[in-house]
Design a binder for this molecule. Structure first.
Ligand code: SF4
Ligand code: SF4
Length: 374
């Protein structure tokens, strides 16, 4: 079992906004012109993996488990990726987000198209993600619009972003609107978190959690829900969510006097910067074997691609955030679907696009933006 190195490399030198300075442990693939910055190269790398005795054809494995392809369930979650700008550059990031990603930011016109599409759907939740969605200039506008439409709103937050001067008062503002914070924190131990996010990331996370607790988050109030999202610090599967949750609750309370409402334990997906790390550390084949051998048929029904729509910063529609990053567009009739011409009936009648990375969602207890799927 290999884990991330605990010492982070030097910080990025290419960020365009110094106010976004924060901990980071890698540069974006894009800024390094890394071969795996291309989604096609990532898919080809996954296809090149050969594992003796392990079937890596996801559709064939599904079929053997009695499921002929993945088809939509009732739509519940409308997930908008506002862009790839982030104040951090975490080693495991599947988005290749970072402070240099001003190239990938949703326009106001696309936001308006999202709101029109939302009105056609049965989704009860609007899930705002990025990058760091709070850095988008229209973040508060989108939250206001979704709340005005009676939707439950989720802010996928990296914690440290709450400490930036531009976000002073944001916790109270979100709390007043009942926005749920789903905060990523690799681990409650400093070493594991800093290894993925860069030196100093852990202290900033603790400071942000203090801010959230002081603002009434994480105290059992359904209008100020604080969910933590953890992921393994290496090439292994997420531990059992319920036991991790209780371990974290005890540890964060004992060490820091902090509380939260619930915890999601996610598997790392073999794409983007995590894929690069798997390749560089010779972990790709063992990790893919582990994912495939841990296929759990019971995890299939709750896969997020079945009840979620994922919209990219440039208005394209995807089955999930991971397909979005691999540019596997939802294209039931051969043409990529776009939010400006959204057709709910067509969306609900599509077949989900799958590839080998999907084994990351069906391994062990299952893994999704909503945590374990079993
Ligand atoms: S994992 Fe999250 S916080 Fe880290 S770089 Fe990616 S989007 Fe930003
Ligand atoms: S990556 Fe996961 S959520 Fe996305 S299509 Fe594959 S199984 Fe579904």
């Amino acid at each position: 079992m290999t884990t991330f190195p605990s010492k982070a490399p030097e910080a990025d030198g290419d960020e365009r906004d110094p106010s976004l300075a924060g901990p980071r442990s890698a540069k974006t693939l894009r800024s390094r012109h890394a071969p795996l910055s291309s989604p096609a190269a990532q898919l080809a790398k996954l296809e090149s993996v050969s594992i003796e005795g392990s079937a890596l054809d996801f559709e064939a494995v599904l079929a053997a488990a009695g499921t002929a392809g993945l088809h939509p369930a009732p739509l519940e979650v409308f997930q908008i990726n506002l862009g790839k700008l982030c104040n951090m550059t975490c080693r495991h990031c599947h988005v290749d987000a970072g402070p240099d990603r001003w190239d990938a930011m949703m326009t106001r016109d696309t936001i308006e198209a999202c709101l029109r599409a939302l009105a056609q759907t049965t989704a009860h939740t609007v899930d705002l993600t990025g990058g760091a969605p709070e850095l988008h200039p229209d973040f508060r506008y989108v939250v206001e619009q979704a709340v005005a439409r009676g939707k439950h709103v989720i802010d996928r937050c990296n914690l440290s972003v709450l400490l930036l001067p531009r976000n002073t008062g944001l916790v109270e503002w979100l709390g007043e609107r009942g926005v749920e914070i789903v905060a990523s924190l690799p681990h409650y131990r400093k070493r594991n978190t800093d290894a993925q996010r860069g030196d100093g990331a852990f202290e900033k996370s603790i400071e942000a959690l203090r801010l959230l607790n002081a603002g009434g988050y994480g105290q059992g109030n359904p209008k100020r829900m604080l969910t933590l999202m953890s992921n393994p610090a290496g090439a292994f599967l997420a531990a059992a969510q319920h036991s991790v949750e209780s371990e974290w609750k005890t540890a964060l309370q004992r060490e820091w006097g902090l509380s939260f409402d619930r915890l999601f334990a996610l598997n790392n997906m073999p794409i983007s910067r995590f894929l690069e790390w798997l390749v560089d550390s010779d972990n790709l084949e063992p990790y893919m074997a582990r994912l495939a051998q841990s296929f759990n048929p019971a995890a299939v029904a709750g896969l997020m691609c079945r009840n979620t729509i994922s919209i990219s910063w440039d208005g394209r529609l995807f089955d999930c955030d991971f397909n979005q990053m691999l540019e596997l567009d939802a294209a039931p009739d051969g043409r990529a679907m776009r939010v400006e011409s959204f057709d709910f009936a067509a969306w609900q009648s599509r077949r989900v696009v799958t590839r080998r990375h999907c084994f990351g969602c069906t391994a062990g207890a299952g893994s999704s933006c909503g945590g374990a799927t079993t």
